[in-house]
Write a protein that binds this ligand. Structure first.
Ligand code: 5AD
Ligand code: SF4
Length: 473
């Protein structure tokens, strides 16, 4: 963090002090604590941002609640597909009914959707009861904005077009005490032709390795055993920094942190995934045996139109290189169906890659037209019924292959990081294996946060039932 950014952290810490006083006074006046509710839409980056929002709200004296009938409600939004936006509009109506009963209620919106001008116009016009709106680039100003909102009856809107700043070192409240995400870079420079992310998250900015290591060391002292390095495109980590660093080198440094047991990272772009990275993954037992490698399409023609910078053969070759060095790795992916101009033959190329690679699981998406992206202006948008038919065929294939892959692991003993007591059956606990698959097995809450050896006894589609393997314990 440069001195300017450190200065900004100090400004926000001052607002946290001021907010603490205001919240205390308000609670005394009402004779009850003030409550908050944070809802997160979208990806892991948003989930991490929400931990920062919660950290500040906890710090200044608000009490978290599961109900949206709260004194402060915030939606951290996503805009990657149109239906994410529609969900937000739908739920705002419900919030308004709460606000009518509690006029002091503050409704706030932040995140990617707020970076779009059309969204702001629509909220101003149709949802004028919203109190506070900010975007992705100035989320660090949350303490100041919340303070201003508490002091004012007007709608406060603060959206930045872009930023080169990275302001960190403010409080955060983790969902799990034993695992955490950590931002290593922000933004994306790839401009895949369908994707709105580069427009709403801005250009790539990497944090220095020193700062990242410092933060992980702090997290480990605070009980974290597993970290997830986060970025829209982690394979281009380090570009633009003064130091000689890239993702492989960063991972090598992170593996040396004592007490840290597991490392994950996402999301990778196939065009930038180096052999050096595969070697680092293969040689470190701490790096989880899972790679999320978005394919998007198996057709070389469509990939070119998507501006992905790899061919079908490049992708298959990369998968071969990864599997030859890390045979037991789990590969997961994202696939878009119905990109403009996608023909049946193009779609069959995608199906071919799916069958050849045999992904452990795949997120399948129907192409969503995002205003302002190059693909939105392309001819040959595919008809809805054609897309639906392809989507169903793809989903069936992906699920059948996934089930088969999951079955193959039954009988193995795997290290599992226990996350929680099972919600449906309290005699079971649930956790994740290195390859990210979920397993439920008999145990109690004392196991939460520990790594245990579990024998996989049964596969239930996309999760396992297991038992503690006493011999390996
Ligand atoms: N339509 C459908 N899916 C999209 N994604 C990104 N943009 C779009 C879009 N316009 C998907 C991609 C990406 C994932 C996070 O969301 O598959 O990898
Ligand atoms: Fe979007 Fe492509 Fe960047 Fe991923 S790499 S965030 S799909 S532009």
């Amino acid at each position: 963090m440069n001195s300017n950014d450190q200065n900004e952290t100090n400004i926000q810490l001052d607002y946290i002090d001021k907010l603490t006083t205001v919240v205390k006074e308000k609670s005394e006046e009402l004779g009850r604590p003030l409550t908050y509710n944070v809802t997160t839409f979208g990806c892991q980056m948003n989930a991490r941002d929400s931990e920062k929002l919660r950290g500040i709200l906890d710090k200044v004296g608000y009490i978290g609640t599961d109900s949206e009938d709260a004194d402060f409600v915030i939606y951290n939004t996503c805009t990657v597909r149109e239906n994410a936006n529609n969900k937000v509009y739908g739920r705002l109506g419900v919030l308004y009914s709460y606000k009518k009963k509690n006029p002091d209620m503050i409704i706030a919106l932040c995140g990617c959707m707020m970076q779009e001008n059309v969204v702001i116009d629509k909220i101003k016009e149709s949802y004028s009861f919203v109190d506070l709106i900010f975007g992705t680039h100035n989320i660090f100003k949350f303490p100041e904005l919340l303070y201003n909102s508490l002091m004012s009856d007007d709608m406060i809107i603060d959206i930045w077009e872009k930023t080169d700043r990275i302001v960190e070192k403010l409080p955060s409240s983790r969902k799990y005490s034993f695992k955490s995400g950590i931002n290593i870079m922000f933004g994306c420079n790839n401009f895949c032709s369908y994707c709105i992310v580069p427009y709403v998250r801005g250009r790539e900015r990497s944090r220095s390795s020193e700062e990242i290591i410092e933060e992980i060391e702090y997290l480990v002292r605070d009980g974290v055993k597993e970290i997830m390095l986060l970025g829209q495109n982690v394979n281009s980590y380090g570009k633009g920094l003064d130091e000689d660093i890239n993702l492989s080198k960063l991972l090598s440094k992170v593996t040396k942190i004592e007490g840290l047991e597991r490392i994950r990272f996402m999301t990778s772009h196939p065009k930038d995934l180096s052999d050096e990275l595969i070697d680092v993954m293969a040689s470190s037992p701490k790096i989880c045996k899972h790679l999320h490698l978005p394919l998007q399409s198996g057709s070389t023609d469509i990939l070119a139109k998507m501006n992905r910078h790899y061919t079908k053969e490049d992708y298959l070759g990369l998968v071969d290189r990864i599997r030859s060095k890390i045979p037991d790795i789990a590969l997961t992916t994202d696939i878009i169906v119905g990109f403009p101009g996608e023909t049946e033959d193009d779609f069959l190329e995608t199906m071919d890659v799916v069958r050849k690679v045999e992904f452990d699981s795949a997120f399948t998406f129907i192409y969503s037209k995002r205003t302002g992206t190059p693909a939105a202006a392309m001819d040959n948008q595919v008809a809805e019924d054609v897309i639906k038919d392809r989507f169903d065929r793809l989903l069936a294939e992906v699920q059948e292959i996934g089930r088969k892959k999951y079955e193959e692991n039954v009988g193995r003993t795997e290290k599992v990081l226990v996350e929680n007591v099972n919600e449906k059956d309290s005699s079971l606990v649930s956790g994740r294996m290195s390859n990210n698959a979920i397993v439920h097995f008999p145990g109690d809450s004392s196991l939460i946060g520990s790594l245990v050896n579990v024998r996989l006894t049964e596969c239930k589609g996309f999760y396992y039932i297991g038992e503690i393997d006493e011999e390996m314990a």
